[in-house]
Design a binder for this molecule. Structure first.
Ligand code: ZN
Length: 132
């Protein structure tokens, strides 16, 4: 059984499909990597780290947990090794969805503050004009 792909379906046909057995989920994950992924690496195998969510969790507490995954990939794009660590509350790593949510919220706060600043500046200038 192969789990749903960890990467979105590629928009180019050249992307290389890779499958690895996840030691935490105990299932085979699929992902796509660019064909020139091994280019300009200083040594081989090189590491590729990412986070994926725990699939197939038997313990309900684990269903939303993230797995820090490191793949060891050689020059021919073969996966030579897999390391997977279930992240707990003590890890300071956040997944892409969470970071995007945080960035979106902060961007909104900044935009609100800029609007408020512009409004205050206008009020200030109006008052200054009245004073003169
Ligand atoms: Zn997994």
């Amino acid at each position: 059984m192969i789990a749903p792909s960890l990467t979105p379906p590629p928009d180019d046909v050249k992307s290389v499909r890779k499958i690895f057995l996840c030691p935490v989920c105990k299932i085979r994950h699929e992902l796509f990597i660019p064909p020139k992924f091994a280019n300009n690496r200083s040594r081989f195998p090189f590491t590729y780290s990412f986070i994926h969510s725990f699939q197939n969790a038997t313990n309900i507490e684990d269903t939303d947990k993230d797995i820090l995954t490191t793949l060891y990939i050689d020059a021919q794009l073969n996966i030579r090794g897999v390391e997977a660590i279930l992240t707990g509350e003590d890890t300071n790593i956040i997944n892409r969805e969470t970071s995007q949510t945080i960035i979106a919220k902060l961007t909104q706060v900044i935009m609100d503050m800029q609007e408020e600043y512009a409004a205050l500046l206008k009020k200030f200038r109006d008052l200054k004009l009245k004073m003169e």
